[in-house]
Structures are given as C-alpha cells and as structure tokens.
Design a binder for this molecule. Structure first.
Ligand code: PBG
Length: 338
C-alpha cells in the first residue's frame, strides 16, 4: 500500500489523496474521461410529412421540423456527412388518410414507405435507416394498435398489422425496424414476418422498456397525433423497474437484435439495469419532452444549452447505452462533441 493512500491519504492535517490532481487541465480531464459520446453512437429521429413541399416547424420542439420529402433527403445526406450512426423515420400522413386500422402505415405508397425509399436511394448503406414500427401516426384514434369492439387496444389483432408493417417497411428499404407499440409478442411476430418474406437481414430494434410518460407531450404535436385517452394499458408504469427486466427477457427470447429504454433522463436506472443484463446493443431515447425542456430553459437563459446537451448525452453513455436517439444528433456530432 502506498504511503498515504491507506490512511485515506491524510498526513498532518492535509489530504494525501488528491483526486483533483486529474482535473487540473482540460487535456488531463479529456484523457481520463471514462465515457465519451462518438458521432456513430447517435441516431437522429426525423419526421416526414405527406403533402408538403417545404419543411414545417414544430411549435412544441423549437428547431425540429416535419420534413418534406426533399428536405428529408437533404437531412439524411447531412447525417451521413456528420458521421452519425443512423436515422429513425416517423411518418406524418395527411389527416384524411388516417383510419381505424392505420391503413396508410402498411400502404406501399404511404408516407413512411415513400420516405424510406427516398432515404435509401439517397444514402444507400452509408447510414443505418430505421423506421418507427407503430400504428399511432396512422390511426384516427391515435392508439398504437387496432381497437376491439369495446374500444380497447386489441393486442393480437395489432400483431397482425405489425407483421404487415414490418414487411412494408423492409420492402421499402429499412435496415432496422423499431417496434414502439409495447404489444405483447411483437418482436417474435415481426421477426417471423420478416423472415417469411425474405428479410432475414432486417434487424429489430425493440422498444423494450417503454414507459407511459408525460414527456412524450411535444411528440404528439410533431406527428399531429389525435390520441384519445392514454397509453397506460400498453406502455409501462413509471413506478416499475423489475417489469423492465421481464420485458427484456421476453424481447431477447423473441429475437430482438437491439433493445431500447425510453424515455432517457427519468429512466437512467432502468437503462443501467438493462445494460447490465442484455447481451445485445442497448439504446436510450432522449425524447421530445427532454428536448423541449432543455431548449426552453436555455432560451429563458436558465442554463448553458450546449453544456446541458453534452452532459445529458454523456449521462446516457455512463448509464450503459451504446446508442442514443436524440434530436440533437447532427448538431452534437458536428459541433458539440468536437
Ligand atoms: C410511438 C412513439 C412515440 C414516440 C416515439 N414513438 C409516442 C408515444 O409513445 O406516445 C415518442 C418520441 C418522443 O417523444 O420524442 N409511435
């Protein structure tokens, strides 16, 4: 044992152990940093709106837009230039195309499939192209599944729709599909559908522990959601963490290639638990409400925006994430992480 460490470092009345030594200069701090965010870790969630020629600002998410087909292609090219890992696409169909079954979500000419083909044609395999696999953007009632006669979300009838959606998205060029509806058995069903249609190489990035969160608020405007009621019968209760491990075991058994914990900041403990147990890559989703909180607090002069963003991204890595979905992905990769 070295002379002063064993006693906690004390000699005389002064400390011998001085952790501050390694914090002395920026170069030292950078060298000993245990975690850092790499551009390739980042995934940009992006919205594409049907029937618009110009990107449309999203009031609830200052700085984020609903893309037109053209502006989405440009954003995908920028994402490649920035060196980020991937893009996760969300479709915003024309209001008149929403129906109870979310037909536009499986139509080869539906906006999400059109956008997937556009982006795949634009960037090929230079970016991992992912698609949200969920019905809520396409249903007139706004739920993530189809409803039974009593108006409840019908798990097994929804699985049939998810299987169709998976095939439509894979056919349109998705490298990865991201089921976010929290239906029981969704990963197995989607895997089987993909394999049966010749898409064995299309990966499933499961939203494994997705909580029923107040922080999705701004997203609902982003996708013009018409949700009636709430999602508490399918998304997880924020009070539960053991349940996340059960969902993890199921998703892994069903063939998930990657798993996600969502939202980000309020669930770092769950992220840690999942990262410790999963033998597949783990992602964290920093969602719309987290984005809006920081942007609005920064705009009000309450915190240093860039430092706050960097700190939150680093926090996800520290908690065990390999990948982070964040609306700041391109900005972080091009400016903040340098
Ligand atoms: C469901 C879905 C949601 C988000 C991603 N996928 C909304 C929800 O579950 O209500 C939220 C993303 C965000 O808030 O940034 N398709």
């Amino acid at each position: 044992m070295s002379t002063n460490e064993g006693t906690g470092g004390a000699y005389g009345s002064f400390p011998g152990a001085r952790p501050r030594r390694l914090r002395t200069t920026p170069a030292l701090r950078r060298m000993v940093a245990e975690h850092r965010v790499h551009p390739a870790d980042l995934i940009l969630p992006a919205f594409v709106r049907e029937g618009t020629d110009e990107p449309v600002a999203i009031g609830s998410m200052p700085g984020v837009v609903q893309h037109s087909r053209d502006s989405l292609k440009k954003a995908a090219a920028e994402a490649v230039a920035a060196g980020i890992g991937g893009i996760m696409l969300f479709g915003v169909p024309e209001e008149a195309k929403k129906d109870a079954e979310g037909t536009a979500g499986t139509d080869p000419e539906g906006i999400l499939q059109v956008a997937l083909r556009d982006v795949r044609a634009e960037v090929g395999d230079d970016l991992v192209i992912m698609s949200d696999l969920c019905l809520d953007e396409f249903t007139d009632h706004g739920h993530c599944g189809v409803l039974d006669a009593a108006g409840r979300v019908d798990n097994d009838a929804t699985l049939v729709r998810y299987a169709e959606m998976a095939r439509a998205q894979a056919a349109a060029g998705a490298h990865v599909v991201g089921p976010s509806g929290m239906m029981d058995g969704q990963v197995a069903h989607i895997r089987e559908a993909l394999d049966g249609a010749g898409f064995a190489d299309v990966a499933v990035f499961a939203y494994t522990a997705k909580y029923s969160s107040a922080f999705y608020g701004p997203f609902r405007e982003a996708v013009a959601s018409s949700l009636q009621g709430d999602r508490k019968t399918y998304q997880q209760d924020p009070a539960n963490s053991r349940e996340a491990l059960r969902e993890l075991a199921l998703d892994l058994a069903e063939g998930a290639d990657m798993v996600m914990v969502k939202p980000g900041m309020p669930y770092l403990d769950v992220l840690r638990d999942v990262a410790e147990r999963a033998d597949v890559p783990v992602g964290s989703y920093q969602i719309s409400g987290e984005y809006a909180m920081i942007e609005n607090a920064a705009a009000a002069g309450l915190l240093d925006r860039d430092a706050a963003i960097t700190e939150t991204l680093t926090g996800f890595k520290r908690a065990g994430a390999s990948m982070i979905l964040t609306y700041w992905a391109v900005e972080a990769a091009t400016r903040l992480l340098r």
